[in-house]
Design a protein around this ligand. Structure first.
Ligand code: SAH
Length: 220
């Protein structure tokens, strides 16, 4: 079923995928299940055919509408940071984009809820996950800064576009002990931050410097 859409990158793909995993390991990704998810998912199906031969490089690539598919290292690091303490059952993702991060999450947790503000990107991502037969994902075309109240609270929230500060509505949709990983900042300076809901409040840890597209308001 995947073969039909495979643009024929053929024999090189296994070796280039293994090289990518080695690179991620060297860069500090330790979680065996995160590494396995990235090794097994066909990232070339999440980019335009013209870019398919570059799909296993550790770089961000354009996906249209001025957006990018995140760098594999970033996807791996965010996923590892989200899953480190306890395995979440439900995860809300804000910024579906290509759907690659969505697919990684869907292979690791029971259910993923993914919100994207650009309809065309959302529909394309939905088709890709259909091809991969990942059925544990629900999609919503909306402004993700407001979260997705219908299925809240979530054990995990992962945000792939950078707001200026932690959106309150997202933090409020975290379950007790729930964890949110998100980039915060402006174009010049961003940090990946992990917010954990503890008792009546939130704990915040700075993880590492980051570079994401800005979180925008409204839909298109
Ligand atoms: N994880 C994605 C990253 C895509 S880039 C991938 O690897 O493909 C970030 C995405 O966030 C873009 O698709 C952008 O349209 C989306 N986005 C930005 N602001 C948003 C908002 N307020 N609500 C939902 N999605 C948003």
């Amino acid at each position: 079923m995947v073969g039909k859409m495979d643009p024929g990158i053929g024999m090189t793909s296994l070796r280039t995928r293994q090289r990518l995993i080695l690179r991620l390991r060297e860069a500090g990704i330790r979680s065996p299940e995160v590494l396995a998810a990235l090794r097994d998912l066909p990232r070339h199906l999440f980019v335009d055919e013209a870019l398919a031969s570059r799909a296993y490089e550790d770089s961000a690539l354009p996906i249209g509408h001025g957006q990018t598919i995140s760098q594999p290292y970033t996807v791996a690091f965010m996923t590892q940071s989200l899953l480190e303490r306890a395995r979440p059952d439900t995860v809300l993702e804000v910024g579906t984009g290509s759907g690659f991060q969505t697919a990684v999450l869907a292979s690791l947790v029971r259910r993923v809820y993914s919100v994207e503000r650009v309809r065309e990107l959302l529909e394309r991502a939905q088709r890709r996950l259909g091809v991969l037969q990942q059925r544990n994902v629900r999609f919503l075309h909306a402004d993700g800064a407001r979260g997705w109240l219908e299925y809240a609270p979530y054990d995990g929230i992962l945000v792939t576009a950078a707001p200026r500060g932690v959106p309150r509505m997202l933090a409020e949709q975290l379950a007790p002990d729930g964890v949110m990983v998100l980039p915060i900042g402006d174009a010049a300076r961003q940090m990946l931050v992990r917010v954990t809901r503890v008792g009546d409040g939130f704990e915040q840890e700075m993880l590492e410097a980051a570079s994401f597209v800005p979180m925008l308001t409204g839909i298109s």
